[in-house]
Design a protein around this ligand. Structure first.
Ligand code: PRX
Length: 686
């Protein structure tokens, strides 16, 4: 279903590709003061006027108050030193930051620690019975692990790994579902100084093999199978397939979880229940240099080959521990729930290392939000009295689609703080989260960061910041973020550009495994010596940052650089829309034309009049230049396995290119439905 309409008022009668601006763009408020500008890196179109001051009670008692910004600005390294001192070090560092070989920075040089002692031993010494994790399986089975029990399990697993020949300096692949043992396995590696490489359980045998080979893993930890919507994902089989002819993996440790049949290779495979329970429950923590490898985590680059992002011990733990304490304002009686999977950086930093370093109690849930019904999350919040929820915009927009009666049917009064991560959160999704989940009571922290940054970089602080729906607010204390134009000059307030991070920070990536050149090129060459995350951003009159999506996705329409995020947010602003993705489709007249894909809320039916209404809505919200030239209604959008919209694929569909491999999609079956929608569509300018 589809269609239509030109971007009236924006086409250049002389030459649409020259980048000239037209009188019509003056209708857009930000240009009104200064007149047209010829070289805006990214336009600032979408205006959002709502704001929410922090609740007084939260401010009064918050872990971070406004002074934290002043202190950190006056002495950023001094700030990080204070944060690092909150951890347990076996030897203090000699030097805070070594920048002599930039961009290969080193933090807390000469210091030694084992991260598991900060995460476990020191808490066990004071309060062994405090719960580290409540865990709920997809089928409703549950377990709770105290800090003491977790430490004992970690030590047993660490001893088991040693028995299998794993030693300091080795790398272990972890390919599991969300069971407590995935956390145990990660920490067991850290305990003995082996790096973990967690590979998301939804990846195929081929993806697993690439990642195992890239860092020459010595062992794999997996399960027979994991539960997903009541069926079994055959993890062990995928491991078997991935290891055919593979040379470096000597052992596979297999947790029995789903009870499915598995093949067995006697000399290589070991059941967890045969090996781990009989191990000693103490294991001396390996002394690690601050800069020793803690883990490798693969993230897909914009071009094919995944990058093995390298994180080390001291700086990483400093960053995640500090941000967890201040951004989530964690208190002794909080129950924190980060809904991510440990296969992603969010799970590493805010399920495992950040919460444990702060002696927090967290919830882990094994399954999907719609099993057995679409209210599973809200039931979990009610059952466990979750007080802080940290999730992704893609989930929030899905819940918008499913309707507000589901959360309304559960008791969510335990919630006091909400978080968002992974993609720009559209203002309307923010408002929905605020109203229907936070019940207008809970501040929302929209946290911008990356696998590469290790910890949160741009975020409100819940007791300090007045939030604005759709803005991640300002840089975390000690972080030096700016928005620049193509030449690297800082843009003025009210303008869009490219986000950069000016100074190194403790939890930054230390490189791409095995590829120092790619590390320099991807992150440090766009602006010489300054970190380039690859995201567009605008800075408003108050200095708030608004993330605009990946710069690769920016559309060039009649000479205007328009961010996908802003047009998507204007579409989601319409009450009929739950989710939207837009891409720039090649267009003879305007250079690129905006093609929109829209998921409607479940109570709404798509029809041609609605298309016209949505186009007009975008024009009203941000100006005629941003009117989609075509709109396709679709039941879902193609997403990566971490829930990000795959705009590149939508672009290929829009330009009727042959699609490459779509098996990396979380929902590959949606592609045909969208393609049918596109071929059945027309647009006014076709
Ligand atoms: O584009 C930004 C987007 O996600 C990218 C990082 O993805 P990944 O390494 O998978 O890590 C996701 C979890 C930290 C960023 O470059 N992104 C992440 N958080 C936000 C965001 N975009 C806008 N707002 C956010 N809060």
């Amino acid at each position: 279903m589809i269609l239509s309409g030109s971007s009236e008022g924006v086409s250049n009668p002389l030459d649409p590709l020259l980048g000239a601006r037209y009188p019509h763009s003056l209708q857009i408020s930000v240009f009104a003061d200064e007149g047209p500008q010829m070289s805006e890196t990214i336009e600032n179109l979408f205006q959002e006027g709502r704001s929410f001051p922090p609740p007084e009670a939260l401010s009064r008692d918050a872990n971070a108050s406004a002074e934290i910004y002043q202190k950190a600005a006056a002495d950023p390294q001094g700030f990080w030193v204070e944060e690092a001192k909150q951890l347990l070090w076996s030897r203090p560092w000699d030097q805070v930051l070594d920048d002599s070989k930039a961009p290969f920075y080193r933090w807390f040089v000469g210091g030694t620690l084992n991260v598991t002692e900060s995460c476990l031993d020191r808490h066990v010494a004071t309060n062994p019975d405090r719960i580290a994790f409540h865990w709920e399986g997809e089928a409703g089975d549950s377990r709770s692990l105290s800090y003491q029990q977790l430490l004992s399990e970690v030590c047993r697993c660490a001893n088991g790994l040693k028995q299998m020949g794993v030693a300091k300096g080795d790398t272990v692949a972890i390919y599991m579902g969300m069971v407590p043992e995935i956390v145990v396995a990660m920490l067991a590696c850290a305990r003995i100084g082996a790096a973990h490489s967690v590979i998301f359980g939804g990846f195929s045998a081929d993806s697993l093999r690439d990642r195992i080979d890239d860092c020459a893993c010595k062992a794999v930890i997996t399960q027979d199978g994991s539960w997903r919507r009541g069926s079994v994902v055959p993890l062990k089989k995928n491991v078997d397939d991935s290891l055919v002819g593979q040379q470096t993996v000597k052992s596979v440790l297999v947790l029995k979880r789903a009870g499915n049949e598995v093949d067995w290779q006697q000399d290589r495979d070991h059941w967890w229940h045969d090996v781990i329970p009989q191990q000693d429950d103490t294991c001396c923590a390996e002394v690690m240099d601050s800069e020793d490898l803690l883990f490798i985590l693969y993230t897909s680059g914009s071009t094919g080959k995944p990058k093995g992002i390298v994180h080390t011990c001291g700086g990483y733990l400093t960053g995640v521990s500090s941000t967890f304490r201040n951004v989530f304002d964690i208190k002794q009686d909080d129950l924190f729930w980060c809904t991510a999977d440990c296969g992603w950086i969010t799970g590493h930093s805010y399920i495992v290392y950040g919460p444990l370093a702060n002696n927090a109690t967290s919830l882990i849930y094994e399954g999907t939000p719609d099993h057995p019904e679409q209210d599973r999350w809200w039931k979990l919040i009610e059952k466990y009295r979750v007080s802080i929820l940290y999730t992704a915009p893609t989930a929030i927009r899905t819940f918008m689609k499913w309707g507000e009666s589901l959360p309304a049917g559960c008791d969510l009064t335990s919630l006091r703080l909400l978080g968002s991560v992974g993609e720009p959160i559209n203002p309307e999704a923010w408002m929905w989260y605020h109203e229907h989940i936070g019940q207008q009571r809970c501040p929302i922290v929209d946290t911008w960061w990356q696998t590469e940054t290790g910890s949160i970089m741009i975020t409100p602080l819940p007791g300090v910041t007045t939030t604005k729906p759709g803005s991640a607010a300002t840089a975390y204390p000690g972080i030096d973020a700016r928005v620049v134009d193509d030449e690297g000059t800082e843009v003025q307030r009210g303008h869009g550009g490219i986000l950069v991070i000016d100074s190194p920070w403790p939890s930054m990536l230390r490189g791409i495994h095995g590829d120092p050149e790619r590390y320099r090129e991807v992150y440090w060459s766009r602006y010489d010596g300054i970190y380039f995350p690859g995201d567009g951003c605008k800075v408003d009159e108050d200095g708030y940052l608004w993330l605009l999506g990946r710069v690769d996705d920016v559309m060039l329409v009649s000479g205007h650089n328009i961010s996908t995020t802003e047009v998507e947010s204007a579409l989601v602003d319409h009450p009929a829309v739950a989710e939207a993705a837009v891409v720039g489709r090649t267009d003879e007249r305007t250079g690129q034309a905006i093609a929109a894909f829209v998921v409607l809320r479940s109570s709404v039916k798509g029809h041609d009049d609605l298309i016209g209404e949505l186009r007009n809505h975008v024009a009203t919200k941000i100006g005629p230049i941003a009117k989609p030239s075509s709109i396709v209604f679709t039941p879902d959008l193609p997403k990566t396995r971490s829930g990000k919209i795959m705009r590149r694929l939508l672009k290929d569909i829009s330009e009727q290119r042959k699609l490459g491999d779509v098996t990396t999609l979380a929902n590959a079956d949606i592609v045909d439905a969208i393609r049918d929608g596109v071929s059945g569509s027309s647009s006014e300018d076709q």
